[in-house]
Design a protein. Structure first.
Ligand SMILES: C[S@@+](CC[C@H](N)C(=O)[O-])C[C@H]1O[C@@H](n2cnc3c(N)ncnc32)[C@H](O)[C@@H]1O
Length: 386
């Protein structure tokens, strides 16, 4: 498609979508809406030629004549760590107003992103409402859960991407690796991991653990404090075995250049980075959009009816939704991590995990049902008693 297309980026944050489309070779007008001054400070330094606006509630009816509308809309009411009000919540519900404008103006492409809990909360109510509004407006749409770790960054970050088009086949883009045909699972690196990420703030949860990756970087936690994941380096000297990434390391783990958010106040940088989309996952979609004319239709198999629950991926055909069993990363393409977790820490910096945090985590781990290697507990105890 035309690399000069106008892109309207809503809830732009620090510009994860903008950067991904830019990297994919889109050079047209960028119009961004973001109402948080700290995020706007980053947007205006990183995208000086973009047109920057504030509240999405002030969107003009013609949507700036954009061909592509992107929205990584607030997850505050959808995320398990949030308020759970769902799509009728004040923050996540903003997408409904956006979709009303989409219904009136019919931009060619719409790309949405949010947390996988959107598929489960209240029986997938948010998906039903969003998909219903798009179908009513004559859009064809599909969605796929993608995990950032399969796109070259050392972070596990699963997000649902929904792609809709007025006149084209979005599945040609989102399933172009033909994952549904082969059922092949992507493999991240095949290396023996030398670093393991975990959250010390939620130590008794299995999901807080990662081999060779950090668990999902968060903008906020159930405790309300955005906190860094911790990293265990089993091969390091005892005093260096437990680290937390620097803010520059965190930016790298989201696929941004180190220092990307330096224009924001220090107190907000963690939250801004944790809120953002992982750039390489969106870049993969943007590259598919750019190459659309060369893509062929994909034959999608293994369909399940959505009445059994929203699967991790699916598509709507004539308003009827079918779920698909597909991988969470492309089965073709650049799967190797440019930088291992260890390398990101070495190059971008890290800080020691405090002894207090280590002790707290060790005692929760003892009470948890998380399965772990004995040497992990040995290291935790030895480090905490330094
Ligand atoms: C999940 S974050 C999106 C992050 C973005 N995708 C990125 O890569 O940084 C949602 C963003 O929506 C912004 N936001 C919330 N309500 C808004 C509104 N009414 N108008 C504009 N932006 C809003 C928040 O400040 C936040 O930056």
């Amino acid at each position: 498609m035309d690399h000069n297309a106008t892109i309207l980026s809503l809830f732009a944050g620090v510009g994860g979508f903008e950067q991904a489309f830019h990297k994919a070779g889109f050079t047209g007008t960028m119009v961004a809406y973001e109402n948080w001054p700290s995020a706007r400070a980053v947007l205006s330094t990183r995208f000086p030629s973009a047109q920057l606006f504030g509240d999405v509630k002030d969107l003009p009816p013609k949507l700036h004549d954009a061909e592509i509308v992107t929205a990584g809309f607030p997850c505050t009411d959808l995320s398990p760590a949030g308020r759970l009000a769902g799509i009728s919540g004040d923050a996540s519900g903003l997408i409904v107003g956006v979709l009303r404008a989409v219904q009136r103006q019919s931009p060619e492409w719409v790309l949405l992103e949010n947390v996988p809990n959107m598929l489960r909360l209240k029986g997938g109510e948010a998906m039903a409402i969003i998909g219903g509004m798009l179908s009513d407006a004559g859009y064809r749409w599909c969605y796929r859960t993608l995990d950032a770790q399969h796109f070259g960054v050392a972070q596990r970050r699963k997000r649902v991407f929904l792609l809709a088009s007025r006149h084209h086949d979005p599945e040609r883009v989102l399933f172009r690796d033909k994952a549904t045909l082969t059922g092949t699972k992507p493999t991240a690196t095949g290396r023996v991991h030398k670093a393991h990420g975990f959250y010390w703030t939620e130590g008794n949860r299995g999901v807080g653990w990662g081999d060779g990756v950090v668990p999902t970087i968060k903008g906020s936690t159930t405790r309300g404090i955005p906190s860094a994941p911790a990293i265990w380096l089993p091969d390091a000297d005892i005093e260096s075995k437990f680290r937390t990434p620097s803010i520059e390391a965190l930016e790298t783990l989201q696929g941004f250049r180190p220092g990307w958010t330096v224009a924001a106040p220090v107190r907000d940088r963690w939250k801004l980075v944790g809120n953002a989309v992982a750039v390489p996952a969106v870049r993969w979609i943007a590259e598919g959009l750019k190459a659309y004319d060369q893509l062929v239709s994909v034959e999608l198999s293994r369909e399940l009816d959505v009445k059994h629950g929203w699967g991790t991926a699916g598509l709507s055909v004539d308003g009827h939704v079918r779920c698909l069993k597909v991988s969470e990363g492309p089965v073709t393409g650049p799967l190797r991590r440019a930088f291992t977790l260890q390398r990101v820490l070495d190059d971008r910096g890290s800080n020691p995990l405090s002894a207090k945090a280590t002790r707290g985590f060790a005692s929760r781990l003892l009470r948890s049902n998380l399965r772990y290697d004995d040497s992990f507990m040995r290291d935790l105890n030895a480090y905490a008693s330094l």
